[in-house]
Design a protein around this ligand. Sequence first.
Ligand code: PRT
Ligand code: ZN
Length: 283
Amino acid sequence: MIRIAIQSKGRLNEDSCALLKDAGITVDEVKRKFLGKAADFPLETLYLRDDDIPEVVADGSSDIGIVGLNEVGETGADVTIVRKLGFGRCRISLAIPKNEEYTGPQWFEGKSIATSYPKILGDYLAKNKVNATVRVIKGSVEIAPAAGIADAIFDIVSSGGTLVSNGLKEVERVFESEAVLIANKNITPEKQELLDNILFRFDSVSESRDMKYILMNLPSDKVGEALSILPAMRSPTVMPLAAEGWCSLHSVVKAEDLWDKIMQLKKIGAEGILVLNVDKVIA
Ligand code: PRT
Ligand code: ZN
């Protein structure tokens, strides 16, 4: 049995449960539970506030956990970062009132900065040799300058909308974050085997999320050109059609390249293009 700590509610809860589910591990999404058990894998789930996850994994109360890299950085917990998971992307940035002229990190000399991330901010200030007062506020940090509590803020930014609506501008991106899978540094060989199994599944899920399966009809004399557009895992599948001079071509492409590839394929005469989601990619 291996135990995983995930956020009980909040931004990472849903994506964490969805990732486990796509990996064939069904866990309860019930938010008020403390401990749960997967129906189809030897895994227990511990539902916690995100702030508590790094320490709980570091001290072995949980073997692994899913949490924002920002929380790992802020707690300084001694854990292994096993995988970046590609969701919950954000950054922690310094922001100042939009009418201020920004002159570089020295702008913050002698100023006060409100934040929920005093450790990461302290490290940044020390590295840049800036003396500033750090005001720790949990929640609604963005209102601090307008409320006269601080001159600037150091907070999580995703779209930037919160900064704009509070009359602030982002001036330094200090810490890039996304959800990560973390592990205790001393897990037993039995648990390591379960973790390896989970990692194999996570990797295939993340690869499949990045891929699209594409099939189309193509004039047979264009296959060579199509193959140069579509490098598949080994090589695309080409099958003859009943109609003379035509074939059906199947391949997988990276989701980010999809539209670019489609336009190129249409140019060489591809028709009836179908694009399907890939459920799993097993290397
Ligand atoms: O209750 P618990 O302590 O578990 O949750 P929480 O309230 O501390 O955290 P939660 O659920 O808000 O966020 C969990 C994690 O999601 C964070 O630690 C980050 O790793 C990640 N994440 C990703 C974000 C955001 N994007 C985000 N946009 N966390 C917070 N925000 C907030 C930010 O604080 C700011 O108020 O959204 C606002 C900015 O968003 P934009 O889009 O307007 O820039
Ligand atoms: Zn939190």
